[in-house]
Design a protein. Structure first.
Length: 282
């Protein structure tokens, strides 16, 4: 991983934020992995998350809005799948996305985002008591627009303190981080050594050295591994896409080559991998 997170100190800071504001907060890395969080969730969220399917939908909602915040490079306010308000803050340094902070599990006073109208649907979908859901929902904090703006300002100050206090530090060079993100964002296109050199004003020899020293592999193998990883993610999470579509989206226009390479690297065909992946979720 390109960044080092001081998890113990970060969790203390996030717990202090919760204890001071009553608002739950989580920190995710750039790969949408939860790495630090305040220790307490709302009773409403605790209750509905006892249902595995509901927890899966909670995570899906988070990831969708992280992507939105990443693409727009700005704060994303939204309604979670359970009818509460949440906010995602993308943490960006030198135009590189580093992590996300999420605050949530509250109702906004203006009801632009939060609504109890979803409760009957949630109760039916997850087999939960509607009466209990209503009681727990009413116990969630209510945040005014003025308070929300203050919370956002505090989060901005917290993020800056992460760098100053060394709670987030670099493990690799910023150039290698930018190149990795560039590759990940262009996997569906014709990308290789020449494109990377042109994008970052590198000579071929400089690029060879960087990939050898930072990634311990060649440019071509690095791109292939990224494409295969993306194909596995799509096979797992996008059942509406067929294998040919995934092959093209991941930069493998030759379908047969993709099948051979995938089976060589993963040990299964894409369809076998998808079947096993979906079986693990059921």
């Amino acid at each position: 991983m390109e960044y080092i997170f001081d998890i113990e100190k970060l969790e203390q800071v996030l717990s202090d934020f919760y204890n001071s504001t009553g608002i739950a907060v989580d920190l995710y890395n750039a790969y949408e992995e939860d790495i630090a969080h305040s220790s307490i969730n709302s009773s409403y969220c605790k209750h509905i998350r006892t249902c595995a399917k509901c927890l899966e939908h909670c995570n899906q909602s988070d990831f969708i809005h992280m992507k939105e915040a990443s693409l727009n490079r700005k704060i994303c306010r939204y309604t979670c799948h359970a009818g509460l308000m949440e906010v995602i803050f993308p943490i960006i340094y030198d135009d590189v996305l580093i992590a996300y902070i999420q605050i949530g599990q509250f109702r906004d006073a203006e009801c632009r985002y939060s609504s109890a109208d979803k409760l009957p649907e949630i109760a039916e979908r997850y087999g939960l008591s509607l009466e209990l859901l209503r009681t727990l929902y009413e116990e969630t904090p209510i945040v005014s627009e003025e308070k929300l703006n203050a919370l956002c300002h505090i989060v901005d100050i917290l993020v800056k303190s992460f760098w100053v206090d060394g709670l987030i530090t670099y493990h690799r060079s910023m150039l290698s981080i930018k190149i990795e993100r560039y590759v990940e964002e262009h996997l569906g296109k014709n990308i290789g050594l020449n494109e990377i050199c042109n994008a970052f004003f590198l000579s071929k020899n400089a690029a060879y050295r960087l990939f050898h020293n930072e990634f311990h592999t060649t440019v071509n193998d690095f791109i292939i591994q990224k494409r295969l990883k993306r194909s596995q993610e799509l096979l797992h999470s996008n059942p509406e896409l067929n294998v040919t579509q995934i092959s093209n989206l991941c930069g493998f226009p030759d379908y047969n080559y993709f099948i051979r390479l995938f089976k060589k690297q993963v040990g299964k065909t894409p369809l076998q991998y998808r079947k096993q992946s979906q079986g693990d979720l059921s």
